[in-house]
Design a protein around this ligand. Structure first.
Ligand code: ZN
Length: 273
């Protein structure tokens, strides 16, 4: 064999190599290389647009059958009227959710000071009253991977203490960053009942209540890409509602608006909402 022939043979082998070996590799029941498994887990968790939530017992109707937020009744402010609003449901660069890629803060922040009473904003049934509340927050998929990683890293105590209440009207309320809670899962509560106290558990720079209202038969919203990537949250979650669509600032129990803080003119909302 001449040198040229050897070189040609090697070139041909190199050209054929990957193509000829791929089926054999694909057919071999080997473990995927490290790193690929993570991607596979994420792929499994990737929802199809409009797909029914796999972890919810609720059937997914074609559209919401619950009332529009503005038509809901029975809600009251979840803290005493001396509370101050510290953050609105508004666009925020570090927000947990995103609409068309733009992140926003998906709740209303109130404070009366550390230890202040937190009341149920609406009568309902307690779904969770602990740090393990996320399965009740309306995600489209399992939180197993999220918890697996947190537990492995010993970081479960990084999560806030949260009470989630099913308001019995298609909506749920979440009371986040509590110092403690005085209710338990399964308990029935009435609007105005004390359910816990204002704290700063979880990712909070100071004591406050993050009040979040969501519609369990509402549209899907997108979790910020960074949080899906970094923390392995599922990608979609049920529609978050601006609490000020339900709680009126003109109500006699309404929280105070500090000087210099104005209600957002164009709060986050889904197209057509
Ligand atoms: Zn908040």
């Amino acid at each position: 064999m001449t040198l040229l022939a050897i070189a040609t043979t090697l070139l041909v082998a190199a050209a054929l190599g990957p193509g000829t070996t791929e089926p054999a590799i694909a057919a071999r029941p080997t473990q995927p290389p490290k790193g690929v498994g993570d991607a596979a887990v994420r792929d499994r968790a990737t929802p199809r647009p409009g797909a029914a939530p796999s972890t919810s017992s609720d059937p997914a109707p074609a559209g919401p059958t619950s009332k529009r937020p503005e038509d809901l009744t029975g809600y009251r402010w979840p803290m005493k009227r001396s509370a101050h609003i510290t953050s609105f449901f508004d666009w925020r660069d570090t927000g947990f959710l995103a609409i068309a890629g733009k992140r926003f803060h998906e709740g209303l922040d109130l404070t009366t000071g550390c230890g202040g009473e937190v009341w149920a904003a609406h009568s309902g049934t307690v779904m969770a009253a602990s740090r393990r509340f996320d399965p009740f927050m309306g995600y489209n998929d399992s939180l197993d991977e999220f918890y697996r990683r947190l537990e492995k890293a010993g970081r479960m105590s990084d999560l806030p203490i949260v009470v989630v209440i099913d308001d019995g009207n298609g909506y749920r309320s979440a009371y986040v960053h509590l110092q403690d809670t005085s209710v338990h899962a399964g308990q029935r509560v009435k609007a105005g009942d004390v359910i816990g106290h204002e704290g700063r558990t979880g990712n909070a720079s100071g004591c406050h209540l993050h009040y979040e209202l969501f519609r369990m038969d509402g549209a899907w919203m997108t979790v910020a890409k960074q949080r899906v990537k970094d923390d392995h949250y599922p990608r979609l979650i049920r529609e978050r509602i601006d609490p000020l669509r339900v709680l009126s600032l003109r109500d006699k129990g309404a929280a105070q608006l500090p000087l210099g803080l104005a209600r957002p003119k164009d709060p986050p909302h889904l197209p057509g909402d």
